[in-house]
Design a protein around this ligand. Structure first.
Ligand code: AMP
Length: 224
């Protein structure tokens, strides 16, 4: 495996609809590249659990499958990015979700070069993936009832935490989230084709193959 080492911070955005596998891939990439994975959805869920200001404000939107107002997400993300572990770079999952967030992000990173990995999967597969997803309450690892079941039902393979289905992964909310993606997030594809190192990757394969494809794209940016 190549040794990934860069003179500039490696800023990666994982783009794609809910359920495409951004979280799973981000966790694997974090290990390979040794830069933190930052999921705004996970940050909100953490804040919800701890009943913080951000959590209380975001709760209603999240339950309905709607995007949380930009100012709130941006403030929460800004705080996270100021931590030292982000100096070498980071992997964003779930941010930006619309053009204004992307413009805000460009400003705070002072227009540094971004690498965007756009994961693509057909809609019927997405729904199957989301509604069968199980998440660990303790370490946030994800499993799937059919495609990637835990060794012991209801228990996380990694930390023995309890697995649950996210409220917004229930079928009633999923369609709303997919609509939000179509209307607000998908336009980012054209935006980033112009404003980043942009690569599309087929997300319908197994994790190892997707990871290999992404790493081969990331390797290319060294030579640009
Ligand atoms: P996710 O885990 O990325 O699917 O996010 C779960 C929920 O958190 C979303 O449905 C939104 O309500 C909220 N959320 C996460 N990231 C963002 C964002 N960048 N902008 C607005 N809302 C977000």
């Amino acid at each position: 495996m190549a040794n990934f080492s860069y003179s500039k911070p490696l800023i990666i955005i994982l783009l794609g609809p809910p359920g495409v596998g951004k979280g799973t891939i981000a966790v694997a990439l974090e290990k390979k590249l040794n830069i933190p994975h930052i999921s705004t959805g996970d940050l909100f869920r953490e804040n919800l659990k701890n009943k913080t200001f951000f959590g209380e404000k975001a709760k209603n939107y999240m339950e309905k499958g709607l995007l949380v107002p930009d100012e709130l997400v941006e403030e929460m993300l800004y705080k996270r990015l100021k931590k030292e572990d982000c100096n070498k770079g980071f992997i964003l999952d779930g941010f930006p979700r619309n053009i204004p967030q992307a413009q805000y992000f460009a400003k705070i990173i002072k227009n540094k070069k971004i690498t965007v990995i756009n994961l693509e999967v057909k809609k019927n597969i997405l729904i199957e993936r989301i509604t069968g997803r199980l998440v660990c309450k303790k370490c946030q690892a994800t499993f799937h009832k059919t495609f990637y079941p835990p060794k012991k039902e209801g228990i996380c393979d990694l930390c023995q935490g309890e697995l649950y289905q996210r409220n917004d992964d229930k079928v009633e909310v999923v369609n709303k989230r997919l609509l939000e993606y179509e209307n607000k997030t998908k336009p980012l594809i054209e935006f980033y084709k112009k404003n980043s190192n942009f690569y599309s990757v087929d997300g319908s394969f197994d994790k190892e193959k997707i990871l290999k494809d992404i790493l081969s794209k990331i390797k290319q940016i060294e030579f640009k």
